[in-house]
Design a binder for this molecule. Structure first.
Ligand code: ADP
Ligand code: MG
Ligand code: MG
Length: 898
């Protein structure tokens, strides 16, 4: 097997690149795109990439090298030296390299980059001689020792930062830039001492010289340790968490890129920067990004110095040529990738070098805008545009914003790094954010800057606020990816993470831990206190993409809604009907008393009175629903939950009685309560979700389905008389045998006919059933003879197929199952293949029993893009999901069809 691939040019200027952009599973994203840029003639510093497969072999063999791998790397290193005409570690004119991780998917959390590798006590002299710049050379060496120690050996970065700060104090200077060559040289010695003191001799016996650990002088050792550290970082906790969060497989591995260094820190005609070919926040067509003159590596994203906007680059003395060339590269990349690109570049003494590109991450709003613009520009087709937008990402657009009418004082302003607004208690560490979430408290994570260690806290928080860093800082990039609101670079905030507070400079306001704050990632505003949030209106871009999606999708999209407001909302989001109207939601509030009366009284007269009251109320409910959805189907599910859900808990009553007794309460009241408690107790079931519920209720209490169907039919009749076009359908839940359905269908049909005759209108109300028990799925051919439609209730079907109690599993063992990979994902979130098989069987058998059968899905899965794709494949007619997921389901359905 080939383990190493070259990229860039040889000594004669010929391209010797062996990879390309389609090889990201071998070369990682970074390696594949470095190769691609070299192939299309962009200026890429030469180097080579070690494959992801080598990483996995190394990791799986307990961090030992596969046979021959080190030799192959050695060959490519020698080849690189020949191509450049310099040698690593050379005392005259050394070659320096960077060692860069790069997985198939962009993955913060893995090892950071090591720059300037190859410097040692000999080659430093060569670098000084060759560059004639001792300050730059010693600075490079100290950076190398610092990065190597921190990134490869895992030493605490503060050890080195403290030494630099101490040096600045001794010299009486404020900035690193004011330290001299001699200062840097002293720091190199101090850094080497820190290294010796903190690296364990047992762990690294090979680094022991004269009984003491020494900073590795041999460039081969430096290189090997750095590569091993990249490989090892694949399985560090940060990377593992990130993969879990982003559903990235654990067996992909990371590649390692070894690339010859170029220097953005060689004076005023050198610079380094990051950029996007379009604005990744709103999609505007403009060059977007930041650069720093005379800087190296991550200085830009670290927010250490203030950056300048990329558009200025071509007006800066000494950088004009490179700046203009960079703009041409933007265009070349977009035309080549036919998408917005994200790039990293460095200018060394006026010469532009490309260090990275990839298809750039963007907010949902930008994704829509860019896709539409690119269709207009003729760069991509409508179909491609529809596939460019991640359905899950649309959720961002449906995120809350500050209410326009809310009154608040702006406390501070920062960069609008990721859209949406968040309100929560201020917390100052990732751990506190995680703790707040665990206690059900909403929080906003406030940090100087975030780093990959903060990831768990960023996930837990409602939003992220930082005082440093630009729009391409870690916080901004990660927040945009997660769809979390983020305001960054709020320079007025002086955060003291130890004290858990932030002072707002220029005011005497202090934000303490636990104080409510509000941030608006769309505008960059920070407010002390909780601002009222509202949902945004859908932008024109979303409408355009969704209309295109509607042209391509086959699957219908309906909504789950049980009140007219939600029904109207879902209609405005494009729902083509209501797939699930849960009637039990109409039995809450003051209606609860009526249903309780029904349940607890055996006297038929009392029961009948209660049922009549319910009938009046339900007729009104259905009238509102059918009116809101005029002309569109509304599937009403008859009463489904176990009745005890409407009753008080016997345990709570027991406590109440004990209290009354202790305080000498009224004897009669106590006796009544006790009787009630006993009655409820007698009705309690060991497994209520497998007990008296669903169609079984209608069979035990026939008066209930008659009342409900009568209410449905009456509401429809009334609307018809008003000239409207109501389209209710009656759905009978939790059927397991055809006999059950046959019996209840007859009740429903008879009732409908009675109402039609009484009202003198024609009523055509289909009667169908839910398929949510395995028995129903496997006997669907029989059941379909009694059904006009099936709706697969995949929540219950998942519960009954696995035998998992869906109310308990998430807290109990599912997390462990996921961690141990006994399950690939939560089957209540994304449809499980086994459950999908039952759905498929149900659809196929169902059509044998009734060729005109209409089939849909109404579980949570109806709003999950991966599940929607599965349902398309199975051949369902529609999915039904919560109103806010309707746009997402429309898009996912189109993508499934394309
Ligand atoms: P990340 O995946 O975190 O972006 P990179 O491997 O891209 O890490 O490295 C981070 C930064 O280090 C780059 O943006 C670039 O500025 C700098 N860098 C990496 N390799 C080189 C190199 N060969 N020459 C100059 N700078 C480099
Ligand atoms: Mg990095
Ligand atoms: Mg990078």
């Amino acid at each position: 097997v080939k383990r190493v691939y070259a990229f860039g040019k040889d000594a004669e200027g010929n391209n010797v690149t062996e990879g390309n952009k389609d090889m990201k599973y071998i070369l990682g994203g970074k390696g594949a795109n470095l190769a691609e840029m070299a192939v299309i003639g962009l200026p890429v510093p030469p180097g080579f990439t070690i494959t992801c497969q080598t990483c996995m072999e190394y990791a799986n063999a307990d961090n030992t090298w596969p046979e021959g791998a080190l030799d192959e790397i050695e060959q490519y290193r020698l080849d690189l030296e020949r191509r450049i005409g310099k040698k690593i570690g050379d005392a005259e004119d050394p070659l320096l390299v960077s060692v860069r991780s790069g997985a198939p998917m962009s993955m913060p959390g893995m090892m950071d980059t090591v720059l300037n590798l190859g410097l040692n006590d000999q080659s430093i002299n060569g670098l000084i001689k060759h560059t004639d710049n001792p300050r730059f050379s010693w600075d490079s060496y100290r950076r190398f020792i610092q990065m190597f120690s921190n990134v490869v050996m895992g030493l605490d970065g503060d050890l080195f930062e403290n030494a630099i700060n101490a040096k600045k104090i001794v010299r009486g200077v404020k900035s690193d830039a004011d330290l001299t060559a001699e200062d840097m040289q002293e720091l190199v010695e101090e850094f080497k001492a820190i290294f010796s003191e903190n690296v364990s001799a047992e762990e690294y016996p090979s680094l022991v010289v004269d009984g003491k650990v020494g900073f590795p002088q041999n460039p081969d050792t430096q290189l090997r340790l750095a590569i091993e550290a990249v490989f090892g970082s694949w399985n560090n906790p940060r990377a593992t968490l990130y993969r879990k969060q982003n559903k990235i497989a654990d067996d992909l591995g990371t590649a390692v890129n070894v690339q010859c260094m170029v220097f953005g820190n060689k004076g005023e005609t050198s610079a380094t920067g990051v950029a996007f070919t379009r604005n990744p926040a709103n999609g505007e067509k403009e060059f977007y990004g930041d650069y720093l003159v005379n800087a190296q590596g991550e200085d830009v994203v670290a927010g250490i110095r203030n950056t300048s906007p990329i558009a200025e680059l071509k007006h800066v003395d000494g950088l004009q040529k490179a700046g203009a060339e960079l703009e041409e590269v933007f265009v070349t990349l977009e035309n080549h990738y036919r998408d917005m690109c994200d790039i990293e570049f460095t200018i060394e003494q006026g010469k532009l070098w490309m260090l990275q590109t990839r298809v750039g991450k963007r907010t949902a709003a930008a994704a829509l805008h860019i896709a539409i613009e690119m269709v207009k520009e003729g760069l991509i087709t409508k179909e491609e545009a529809v596939c460019r937008v991640d359905p899950e990402q649309l959720d961002q657009l449906l995120h809350p914003q500050f209410d326009k009418n809310a009154e608040y004082d702006v406390l501070a302003r920062g960069l609008n790094a990721s859209p949406g607004a968040a309100v929560g208690e201020a917390v100052f560490s990732a751990a506190d954010a995680v703790a707040a979430e665990a206690e059900g408290r909403k929080c906003v994570l406030v940090r100087w800057e975030t780093n990959p260690d903060d990831l768990a806290g960023m996930i837990a928080a409602e939003g992220i606020l930082t005082s440093h860093g630009g729009k391409t800082s870690h916080a901004a990039v990660i927040a945009r990816g997660m769809g979390a609101p983020c305001v960054c670079g709020v320079e007025a905030l002086r955060i003291d993470a130890e004290k858990k507070e932030a002072v707002v400079s220029g005011t005497d306001t202090v934000i303490h831990e636990g104080d409510m704050i509000s941030i608006d990632g769309t505008t960059g505003i920070v407010v002390l206190g909780a601002v009222e949030l509202v949902m945004p209106e859908l932008s024109g871009d979303l409408d355009v993409i969704l209309e295109w999606a509607d042209e391509f999708r086959r699957l219908g999209v309906r909504a789950n809604a049980d009140n007219p407001a939600d029904a109207e909302l879902s209609r405005s989001f494009g729902a083509e009907g209501i797939g699930l109207d849960r009637t039990e939601h109409m039995f809450l509030g003051d209606r609860k008393r009526i249903i309780q009366t029904f349940i607890l009284n055996e006297d038929p007269a009392v029961r009948e009175k209660a049922v009549n009251e319910l009938f009046e109320a339900q007729t009104g409910d259905f009238y509102g629903m059918f009116k809101a959805m005029d002309g569109l189907p509304v599937i009403v599910r008859l009463l489904d939950p176990p009745l005890h859900e409407f009753l008080e808990s016997p345990r709570a009553l027991d406590v109440e009685i004990a209290k009354l007794e202790a305080t000498g309460g009224d004897v009669k009241t106590i006796a009544e309560k006790r009787k009630l408690m006993e009655q409820i107790d007698a009705m309690s079931e060991a497994n209520p979700m497998l007990g008296l519920r669903g169609c079984r209720l209608g069979i035990v209490y026939p008066i209930l389905p008659v009342m409900q169907v009568r209410a449905i039919a009456t509401a429809a009749a009334n609307l018809k008389k008003e000239g409207l076009d109501p389209k209710p359908e009656v759905m009978i839940p939790l059927v397991s045998t055809v006999k059950e359905l046959e019996k209840l269908r007859k009740v429903a049909v008879d009732t409908i006919n009675e109402v039609a005759a009484e009202a003198g209108v024609e009523l055509d109300i289909p009667v169908g059933t839910m398929i949510e028990l395995p028995r129903a799925a496997v006997t669907a051919d029989e059941i379909a003879t009694q059904a006009d439609f099936f709706s697969f209730g995949t929540n219950d079907l998942t519960q009954t197929t696995f035998g998992f109690s869906r109310d308990d599993v998430e807290a109990e063992f599912v997390p462990q199952y996921l961690a141990e990979k006994l399950l690939p994902y939560n089957p209540f979130a994304t449809i499980d293949p086994g459950v999908a098989k039952l759905v498929k069987m149900g659809v196929e058998l169902g059509h044998e029993g009734n060729p005109d059968l209409v089939c849909g899905v109404c579980g949570e899965h109806g709003g999950d893009p991966d599940s929607v794709k599965m349902f398309h494949k199975i051949g369902l007619d529609y999915v039904s999901c919560s109103p806010y997921r309707v746009p997402l389901a429309r898009l996912a359905a189109a993508q499934a069809a394309l």
